[in-house]
Design a protein around this ligand. Structure first.
Ligand code: FAD
Length: 464
């Protein structure tokens, strides 16, 4: 396993990564991006403490529902990068099983890469979302043929690709870019039916980073985002050569969607898992700020918090059901249940705004106007600010101020905005979750139940 320090050293490979108009030559030493590197390094060291005979506890492919649950929990605690990496490798393992019949020539390559990545203990990020150009047009009908990543040249040794993948979580902080088609492809779109793993430092790869990290000099008023942020990468493949052994799909349009479907499942499980924890935090904040405002016994406040508790519990129930009803693929790899994963992710995303609305409604305007910690420390206004931020002799002004900072940081400004958009879009938009949920729901059984309830089942007249 890599140590945190070895991970930091591994980033010094000449990769082309940019931030706010400048090329970054020292990622660990960068004033904003360095926090991310440290965070990933800490995740490596934390996992190393849990190693069994020198092997990472999240290595290997889960073959039982219990093993899946254990690994998902470990990955979640180890941080965003460990989660992204696990999702990538499980996507590939799941896709290998689904390609067993339609693309057997790729199965061995994929399995060899997954084993090698786990042995080298590297981090693999997920490049699926293309620039996409005009959304109503297919890849071949775009004005710019590079709107979707495509193969522009083939040699006996490999292929050359061109295009861009957008919004890629932590792309600059991993070692390999798992690059897969964002959607199904049709005959005529062979050059777009392409999947591979590409090293971050491959010639022609360029990554622009964006982040919600606070630019404020004093991070004490940003309790969540000041400690942890994970930039998205705008990944450009400017004629990048990919050796044949790293290519997992090249031209088989009928198999293009296999990767997107596999990733969608694992990405939504990750989203569901973090939503379950995040929902409990929102409930806790609502209760704490209600207590600090002296309103915890007021009827409408209790009702709002009860509603929040119900949302949080339903999201967690979906996560539990997705893990408990895990399914087994062709090579014995276990994957979460599609129906509960998608329905749960959808519910968590759509109810998130209600959760935040209740929290803001209960908390009051100081969510966005509470003074900073530095203001509280100012000898002239600090004592007065503390006095007026206090609500009773039991509620310290700084304590209440810090609760407001946490609510603002998590739900109301830069990071809060990022979370709001992320809940809806990450893992594919809500539309995708509606489609997959419908596909896996037993609609025929529901029709039959309805016919029975209407007293029409025996006659066999289903009206179809
Ligand atoms: C914080 C964050 C992290 C992310 N991390 C990753 C990552 O690590 N890797 C990755 O690959 N992606 C990542 N994504 C991208 C995410 O998967 C996409 O945002 C999502 O799939 C939607 O794509 P889009 O943003 O291009 O929006 P669009 O595709 O433009 O969708 C916008 C809306 O238009 C609708 N729409 C689009 N096309 C059509 C059409 N043809 N017909 C009808 N309706 C249509 C959609 O349903 C949606 O409602 C991340 C996103 C966020 C916000």
């Amino acid at each position: 396993m890599l140590t945190g320090d070895q991970y930091k050293a591994s980033l010094d490979d000449g990769r082309s990564t940019y931030f706010e108009g400048e090329k970054v030559t020292d990622l660990p030493g960068h004033p904003v991006l360095g926090t991310v590197v440290q965070n990933v390094a800490d995740g490596y060291d934390w996992l190393a403490l849990k190693a069994v005979d020198g092997v990472s506890p999240v290595s290997g492919i889960p073959t039982t529902a219990d093993e899946l649950r254990e690994k998902v929990e470990l990955v979640h605690t180890a941080g965003m990068m460990a989660h992204v990496n696990y999702t990538s490798l499980m996507t590939l393992a799941t896709a290998a099983g689904r390609l067993a019949e339609s693309g057997p020539q790729y199965v061995e390559r994929i399995q060899a890469f997954v084993a090698d990545a786990q042995e080298r203990d590297i981090r693999v990020t997920q490049c699926i979302t293309d620039a996409k150009g005009d959304r109503s047009l297919s890849p071949v009908r775009q004005d710019d043929p590079d709107a979707y990543v495509r193969v522009v040249d083939r040699t006996p040794e490999g292929v050359v690709i061109r295009g861009a993948k957008l919004h890629i979580t932590a792309a600059s902080f991993g070692h390999e870019l798992m690059t897969i088609p964002t959607k199904s492809m049709k005959p005529g779109e062979e050059d777009y039916a392409f999947a591979a793993v590409i090293p971050v430092d491959a010639p022609g790869v360029k990554i622009i980073n964006t982040t919600y990290a606070p630019r404020h000099a004093d991070l004490r008023s940003f309790p969540a985002s000041g400690k942890e942020h994970f930039p998205e990468g705008f990944v450009i493949f400017d004629d990048v050569f990919v050796p044949a052994e790293r290519v997992f799909l090249d031209g088989e349009t009928e198999s293009a969607a296999v990767f997107a479907h596999s990733l969608g499942l694992w990405e939504r499980l990750g989203g569901l898992s973090s939503m379950a924890d995040g929902a409990d935090v929102l409930v806790g904040l609502a209760q704490l700020i209600a207590e600090a405002n002296g309103l915890q016994r007021v009827g409408h406040v209790r009702e709002k918090i009860s509603e929040m508790i119900i949302h949080a519990t339903v999201v967690r129930a979906c996560l539990e059901a997705a893990l408990t009803h895990a399914e087994t693929g062709v090579f014995g790899a276990v994957f979460p249940n599609e129906l509960f994963t998608n329905a749960g992710k959808y519910t968590g995303a759509t109810e998130y705004n209600t959760m935040v609305r209740h929290l803001h409604d209960i908390a009051g305007a100081a969510v966005v106007t509470a003074p900073s910690i530095a203001d509280l420390e100012n000898p002239e206004v600090g004592p007065l600010a503390r006095k007026y931020m206090s609500t009773s002799s039991d509620v310290d002004g700084e304590y209440r101020t810090r609760l407001f900072h946490a609510i603002r940081d998590l739900t109301a400004d830069s990071y809060g905005g990022w979370r709001q958009v992320t809940n809806v879009q990450a893992g594919g938009g809500l539309y995708a979750q509606r489609i997959v949920t419908r596909k896996h729901y037993d609609l025929d059984a529901a029709r039959q139940a309805a016919l029975e309830a209407a007293g029409m089942a025996a006659g066999g007249d289903t009206g179809r």
